[in-house]
Ligand binder design. Structure first.
Ligand code: ATP
Length: 327
């Protein structure tokens, strides 16, 4: 096996708070082991275009507290083609890079696995996405920060909701997974939480809202994940509820990209620092196609193929807690 002397790191897919802390950790772990670290700008597209920069321990000063990613992120259609991946491989070879660390979500890992199967290029994945939808880790980098952002915003919306006796539908990110909606919903005291994993049903939603009114609640917050199964977007839901419960004045708030930004939480910074160290050490120990993660507070690794094929299951106990709390 070839000894690893130079590692490249990139961020791919949607940005997530804490990605900078992960880059910093990878760079400084390389410095610790006296190997070269190369940053790749704009994810796989930068790999294809050879957009590389040498990174020293000092080049990542003062980024641990910054959201986004200093290496920029991108979605690359060219990397989905064999020709694009071949260009990427040739650039890595020319720059004498021996291993790659990918910070991203399941799409980035799928691309990385394909790349490895074609060129046998060593790589390790670090889960960086606010969605927390990756199997093999209890938490992804960025999720905790996004949760705190959502709770803070819902707290503010609640001030308006209760001052005007209004019902608010708050849409949060989560096309395929309801982790943000469920946890932020419980944390912010939402009356109902609609997630892709569960179909509450429109009738039950109306029943629940009627019950809230009868119980003397003058305002309500319903948190809706983007990918909720009711088959209506949040604006159609508003129209439906206003039609069937005219006593409610309904407002909609779509939180959108604000959920991705901002200063990473301490939890995300620590997680990113731990995962970065483990990722570099795995590459140096001759491992490849593994993803690092945190499981029961311990840093572990699992095959990337398991991480992208398995499903991180929503916590049913939290659904029960939410139901009990909305009495
Ligand atoms: P997030 O969860 O935040 O959306 P992600 O990593 O899942 O992050 P994607 O846009 O799905 O984001 O994937 C990032 C990039 O990975 C794509 O732009 C593409 O370059 C590459 N990629 C994804 N799927 C494949 C695939 N099947 N084959 C080759 N490359 C892929």
């Amino acid at each position: 096996m070839k000894k690893i002397k130079r590692i490249a790191v990139l961020t791919s897919g949607g940005d997530a708070p804490g990605m900078n802390a992960a880059i910093r950790s990878v760079v400084r772990t390389c410095a610790h082991y006296r190997i070269d670290c190369i940053g790749v700008f704009r994810g796989y597209q930068g790999l294809i275009e050879g957009d590389f920069v040498p990174m020293s321990a000092r080049s990542v000063s003062s980024i641990i507290n910054k959201g986004g990613t200093m290496l920029k992120s991108a979605r690359s259609d060219e990397f989905r083609t064999k020709a694009g991946r071949k260009k990427a491989f040739e650039n890595l070879k020319e720059a004498e890079i021996d291993g790659l660390i990918l910070i991203g979500g399941d799409g980035s890992f799928t691309g990385g696995l394909k790349f490895n199967s074609e060129f046998n290029f060593p790589l390790i994945g670090i889960p960086g996405t606010i969605d927390n939808d990756i199997f093999g880790t209890d938490y992804t980098i960025g999720y905790d920060t996004a949760l705190n952002t959502v709770v803070e915003v819902i707290d503010k919306i609640r001030d308006t909701a209760s001052s005007h006796n209004r019902l608010f539908f708050v849409e949060v990110m989560g096309r395929d997974a309801g982790f943000i909606a469920l946890n932020a919903g419980v944390g912010a005291g939402a009356e109902e939480i609609l997630i892709p994993e569960e179909n509450l049903g429109l009738e039950r939603l109306l029943e629940s809202l009627k019950r809230s009114k009868r119980a003397g609640k003058s305002s309500s917050i319903v948190v809706v994940a983007e990918g909720d199964k009711l088959g209506k977007n949040v604006f159609e839901l508003r129209d439906y509820v206003e039609e069937h419960l005219p006593e409610y004045e309904v407002r909609v708030s779509v939180l959108g990209h604000m959920q991705r930004g901002g200063t990473p939480s301490c939890f995300d910074r620590v997680l990113a620092s731990r995962l970065g160290v483990k990722a570099v050490e795995l590459l140096l120990d001759g491992h490849s196609t593994l993803m690092v993660g945190i499981v029961n507070t311990k840093i572990e690794s699992c095959p990337i193929k398991d991480a992208i094929s398995g499903h991180h299951i929503i916590n049913k106990e939290l659904i029960r807690v939410s139901d009990i709390m909305s009495v």
